[in-house]
Ligand binder design. Sequence first.
Ligand code: C5P
Length: 237
Amino acid sequence: MADRLRIPARDRLIVALDVPTVEEARQVVARLGDAVTFYKVGLQLLFSGGLELGNELVGQGKNVFLDAKLLDIGETVRNAVANVARLGVRFLTVHGDKRAIRAAVEGRDGDTALKILAVTVLTSLDQSDLDELHIPMTVAEWVALRARHALAAGCDGVIASGLEVAQLRQQLGAGSLIITPGVRSPGASHDDQRRVTTPAEAIQAGADYVVVGRQILRASDQRRAAMAVVEEIEAVG
Ligand code: C5P
């Protein structure tokens, strides 16, 4: 876990830029200033100028997490990741399919700054979906199996809900990254997140980074809200 412990608390907060336009995203980034060093650009923004914004952020010295959740045949994933690697972003998500992960790792080539992260099981999937597919496992077992396959295929880490972190950290060991979205500070609205933990709980359980969107985006003082999350991480990190 040596690497984890060396990450400063401020750099362990990733703010999800889940806003409709790049203009709004730029305003958020300007408001947050030096309080935040890492941003997640997801599907919503990717289709409204998010790649250009990602470039701008990289140019400003920020870390960028491209949450593209890639899944396609190997050749297509390999070529797509080769292009992503040229953008200078730090994290890229790929669905936890063995072939797609293997291709993504090949596509990144020598760019070791780009970490390939597997989405093991979408949290929208529950036990009834597995039953419907005749998969004879609990969701936790399915997550563990998918994580094992993803790591064997060469990915650098996984996206995991706060409640899965402890089990995955034990399973994956210290060398893999774990990024946890869907966290909420004590007292904050859960919005539509159901299985939440606090940022501190996720970090204590073994997460390297937490992703926070609405709790910060909807705050009347976004910078203060981000700094409060960093303080929570600092207290346990
Ligand atoms: O607004 P909130 O903090 O809930 O946003 C969390 C971010 O993490 C969103 O960008 C969402 O898409 C992403 N995410 C999630 N839960 C997962 C995986 C990703 O909320 N299981």
